[in-house]
Design a protein around this ligand. Structure first.
Ligand SMILES: Nc1ncnc2c1ncn2[C@@H]1O[C@H](COP(=O)(O)OP(=O)(O)O)[C@@H](O)[C@H]1O
Ligand SMILES: O=C(CO)[C@@H](O)[C@H](O)COP(=O)(O)O
Length: 463
């Protein structure tokens, strides 16, 4: 049996799977936490991936490896290839003003989306470069190259014996890659940072980029959401809902998108197509926070939420605790309403689950409105997809059934599929069959979304 390894170097952890290259059957899995925060020393990711690989090596040897990584993070390297500043991550909002300035420099939102695929928000790498120029010019002057998290981890795995590389999927989240044409715009990176920088080579889908010191093939790697699409076998018309640190509604398309409203980001996919996507800043951590506040764990929170009923006794939460990206309200805060002396702990738990579900439902609506696709499957993955309360509430809020694949690390699995593809030399990825999905259905609860929409729209001018 030939094994491959797929890695998910995400916001909260590094997860690796050892899988059969022919079938995708997972025979080993390891997970090591990452530091918390929206700015971190990227060298911590290297320690985590080394530990994950050491654990998987005890199960079996892989012939190829690929890295899926959190998108957008700015890994700014100096002459010696060492970080000159902490990595600013996708959910760091300090560069929101820089995003607005760069949009103007590009001729406005529609021109920006038409050129780089998306209207810039603070998540994008290019806005972080501009922030660095303006707020730490000494560090900015020392930057010689800029990588994304998955590139930095991949380069590490090569023993830095090859020039750094990336893929078009993750490159499309930088803000200096012409997604429709498939080429860097180094001038945009230079304009943001104030001087030219080296950008990694873009490796074609399915290609071998380098080898590890042990001779294992290293694939291009990609962004975590691009990998998730590979891992779930996403088809045109389907919507993949991922509830991790970020909330993501994504679909695959043969055509690029350019949404001048900034709601849909027009990324490239890992298989050569495109990945229109809507991302929220607040997702699984809505439930983490609520569980902590209620003094319980995930299982306890789910049980409490299911003791309440649709509408949570009138309690409504707008969950923009970390600011919000969709809608673009970087200075927003969490907002509760409808609390009375009769509100119970169960109602508070349910309101958090309903808020998460409504936020995701808005993302699905935006995605489908822009792509014109409707009626396809809605697939649900990510850590918080494991919640029985999410599984019960989400279909009612969406007003549609949801397909729940077996719990698995779909980002890492997608990366493993890419590694198997690179190993095969075939023109397309291996056809790994997704195990049977569970169909989640519930009576529609339109009144829940209506109350959420009222609170969302009433506070639209609040910080
Ligand atoms: N059973 C569960 N119910 C609710 N949330 C969960 C559950 N299991 C894990 N989570 C949450 O899922 C998140 C991790 O999901 P993951 O998809 O790995 O995130 P990321 O890819 O952003 O690191 C954490 O916030 C964790 O608390
Ligand atoms: O910013 C985005 C997508 O544009 C996020 O989806 C990041 O890619 C982080 O992913 P997770 O850590 O939530 O998996």
């Amino acid at each position: 049996m030939t094994y491959v390894i797929g890695l998910d170097s995400s916001t909260q952890s590094c997860t690796g799977v050892l899988a059969d290259a022919a079938t995708g059957e997972v025979v080993g899995e390891a997970r090591v936490p990452h530091p918390t925060g929206t700015r971190v020393d990227p060298r911590a990711w290297l320690q985590a991936v080394d530990e994950v690989l050491a654990r998987l090596a005890r199960v079996g040897r892989a012939e190829a490896v690929a890295v899926g990584g959190q998108q957008h993070g700015m890994v700014a390297l100096g002459d010696a290839g060492e970080p000159v500043h902490d990595a600013l991550l996708w959910h760091d909002t300090r560069s929101a003003a820089a995003a607005r300035a760069l949009i103007e420099e590009m001729g406005g939102a529609q021109a920006c989306a038409a050129e780089v695929g998306s209207v810039l928000v603070a998540s994008f790498t290019v806005t972080k470069l501009r922030w660095l120029r303006d707020h730490d010019p000494a560090a900015a002057s020392r930057v010689r190259s800029v990588l994304l998290p998955h590139d930095y981890v991949s380069w590490h795995l090569s023993g830095r014996r090859a020039a750094p590389w990336t893929d078009r999927g993750d490159a499309s989240g930088t803000g200096y890659y012409a997604t429709g044409r498939g080429e860097w715009r180094p001038d945009l990176a230079a304009a943001a940072l104030g001087h030219e920088v080296e950008l990694p080579r873009v490796v074609a889908p399915g290609e071998v980029a380098a080898t590890t010191p042990d001779g294992q093939a290293l694939a291009a790697g990609t962004g975590d959401n691009m990998a998730a699409a590979l891992g779930t076998g996403l088809r045109p018309g389907d919507v993949l809902l991922s509830i991790g640190t970020s909330g993501v509604a994504s679909t695959v398309s043969p055509h690029p998108v350019a949404d001048g409203t900034g709601t849909v980001t027009g990324f490239a996919a890992a298989d050569g197509g495109f990945l229109p996507m809507v991302t929220t800043m607040n997702a699984a951590r809505i439930l983490d926070l609520q569980a902590a506040w209620l003094g319980t764990d995930h299982a306890g929170l789910a049980a409490l939420a299911l003791e309440s009923s649709p509408g949570a006794g009138g309690a409504v939460l707008l969950p923009y605790y970390a600011g919000e990206r969709t809608p673009n309200r970087p200075d927003a805060v969490g907002t509760w309403t409808g609390l009375t002396t009769t509100t119970t702990r169960a109602d508070l738990a349910r309101a958090a689950v309903e808020a998460l579900s409504c936020s995701l439902a808005d993302a699905v609506d935006h995605l489908r409105a822009h792509t014109g696709e409707s009626g396809g499957r809605v697939l649900l993955v990510g850590g918080a997809a494991r919640s029985p309360a999410v599984q019960r509430v989400l279909p009612g809020v969406l007003g549609a059934s949801v397909e729940l694949p077996p719990p698995a690390e779909y980002v890492a699995l997608g990366a493993a599929r890419q590694a198997a593809w690179a190993l095969s030399g075939a023109p397309t990825p291996p056809a790994w069959e997704l195990p049977g999905t569970q169909l989640l259905e519930a009576p529609a609860t339109p009144e829940v979304r209506e109350r959420y929409a009222t609170l969302r729209d009433r506070t639209s001018d609040w910080t």
